[in-house]
Design a protein around this ligand. Structure first.
Ligand code: MG
Length: 258
């Protein structure tokens, strides 16, 4: 069952999304060589508490951190650590979730640490664009896999590969609600998109086509080849007026239409 949100509920989710976007921006602004991934976890906890929220990943998903802090070949679920420092040229993926007023917000971005390679920059661009390809297809009457197909086909056309083992999801009172939103597959399948749905769309894009692996810590998902990976995620609401990206604040339809 896909829970539809009322206008009042969407208002809370909009507020949460804007707050979380501000928090993630603060984290990204602080990225520089030498900072540890645990530093960002502590900062995230502080900023989430300051806006009256609670961290979602540890409380609701049992993850050992407020953020996923994943570097380079680490795709997602990297565990924040005082022993992991950012280095010039790294790709740093931060996935962050918050619950506040009974509703969740979830978003992710990947940033370069200092100067990064041209290849890393291109992967970043394709990863971020693929998220917007998906968001553009969040329209009333479309089906879930229209979003999946838009993301996957764009990534493959660009010469990269989507992660198949981890998918986007509905979001609301729960961090993970129906429907699941894969980042690949044929269009025209799955539930129809309706006003009141709130979706976390999150392509993970990598340089190799291989199945992912999980490290011995039982959390950190990595590319099998050691190749680079990026992760971009927004929480999006669908209303009669169209898709609104909640995790960037303000009216996002401008960006969707770009
Ligand atoms: Mg998510």
């Amino acid at each position: 069952m896909i829970p539809l949100k009322s206008a009042a509920e969407l208002e809370v989710m909009q507020e949460n999304g804007a707050l979380l976007a501000g928090i993630l921006k603060r984290l990204c602004d602080d990225v520089r060589p030498g900072r540890t991934t645990a530093h960002f976890d502590r900062l995230a906890r502080q900023l989430i508490a300051e806006c009256g929220g609670e961290t979602a990943f540890d409380r609701l998903a049992g993850f050992p951190g407020a953020i996923n802090a994943s570097l380079n070949e680490e795709i997602v679920h990297g565990i924040p650590s005082d022993d992991r420092a950012l280095a010039e040229g790294d790709l740093f993926s931060i996935d962050i979730g918050m619950v506040r007023g009974g509703f969740c917000a979830d978003m992710a971005t990947t940033v370069g640490v200092g100067r990064i390679s041209a290849e890393a920059r291109r992967l970043l661009e394709v990863g971020e664009k693929s998220l917007w390809e998906g968001i553009r297809n969040v329209r009333i009457g479309n089906r879930v896999s229209d979003v999946s197909h838009a993301i996957g086909s764009f990534v493959e056309r660009s010469g990269y590969h989507v992660v198949r083992e981890y998918v986007g999801h509905g979001i609301g009172r729960e961090l993970h609600e129906d429907p699941q939103i894969p980042n690949y597959g044929p269009p025209g399948r799955g539930p129809r998109l309706r006003a009141g749905m709130t979706l976390a769309i999150e392509p993970m894009v990598k340089t190799d086509p291989l199945p992912t692996e999980v490290r011995d810590d039982r959390w950190t998902v990595v590319t099998a080849s050691g190749g680079l990976s990026v992760h971009f995620e927004h929480t999006v609401a669908l209303t009669e007026q169209g898709a609104a990206v909640l995790t960037q604040g303000g009216d996002a339809r401008r960006s969707v239409d770009e």
